[in-house]
Design a protein around this ligand. Sequence first.
Ligand code: ATP
Length: 423
Amino acid sequence: MKKLLENLPEKLKDLIYQAKALGEENNLPVYLVGGFVRDLFLGVENLDLDIVVEGDGIKFAQDLASKLKAKIIRHKQFGTATLILEPQTKIDIATSRKEYYPEPAHLPVVSPGRLKDDLFRRDFTINAMAIDIGKNFGELIDLFGGKRDLEQKKIRIMHVLSFQDDPTRILRAVRFEKRYNFKIEPLTLRCLKEAVKKKMLEVIQAQRLRDELILILKEKYPLKPIMRLKELTGFKFLHPHLNITKKTYGLLKSIEKEINWFKKNYPQRRTLDSWLIYLMGLLDALSIEDTEIVCKRFVFRRGEEKRILSYKNIKKSFIKELSSNKIKPKKIFCLLEPLSYEVIILLKAKYKNLNLQRNIQDYFEIYNGMKIYISGKDLRKLGVLPGPYYQKIFTKTLEAKLNGKIKTKEQELMFIKKIILKK
Ligand code: ATP
């Protein structure tokens, strides 16, 4: 184990040694746990350190944050804290705890416990290993056969009631299975199917399900877990009318292609919320009303709901206009500029009309974000009195620019002078 830790990037190694030193100073047992340990064995890069302390985790997190000069977010009710070091690196720190579920699919009752309890409360054996970074630095603690399951590529629950206690684990099982190309082992699969049969996914708090669904849609290849979910659970848990048909699958495939097209051609533009495009693709067959119900029930953020509904509200006439080969650049701009990139990529994925494809491409190439150089100050200098006429001039200038008639600031000024003279 020590060797694996030694081979980590310097930045991570340093963090681990700082945590080790702090544990020693305070005589606290400190462990690396969860996904970080799993990925260390798999040789997969993981910049999220997950630390468990047998003792006061919050105090340990505060001390480590001041030592590292890191930002800290405390979640006191859970006895956990997150240290943010850089946008790419964070450390989750928790007090080791025991959990029990008084009722299936409800939140557990939590109390401080030993490391063993903390590992036992986890989702799968592959996520339930720890590495001592205290006294026995580098020692693996594998009480439930996690390493064997990693080697045999198996997703295995810790006990038979696991999915009933917390049905979000159904989505997690599918996510890890498809991410690592593992298999959900037979008993785990039986328990999963039993929980589905008991409709546990419909009992659980919708927001918790939403968070796990988003994690699935954020996977590098979300189609694989989506299709596995279709097979194991279906998507009625999102909405009773929702079915993933061949058509939906075709759309999702096309979304994948268009997201790659966008990333390849416009790497300098804002990062796409790809998961949202996949979600809109999943919900494509639902009516506006049903989509609204989904948004409300799963409490998507305002900006997310807005984008989902703006797509749903696109009229046939809009598509017809965008599919015309005679459309003016100004029109392309007016149709697409109010929409988000996510919605535009989805349109490109859904409608295969060649004119529409070209118009969207032109929009990204030429018109998106086009602005004029001229400001109100320039108009005042030309002697135009401030008032609603300003907006008219700006609109006409932008239109001329979109249509390729003018390009530079000088050309804009000449153009405006002509408009003023004509008045
Ligand atoms: P990823 O690589 O996707 O971040 P991760 O394993 O780090 O995977 P997190 O969601 O960050 O996943 O969770 C950290 C750890 O917390 C997991 O490895 C697992 O041990 C535990 N965990 C998370 N969610 C659950 C759950 N619903 N039930 C039990 N344990 C969980």
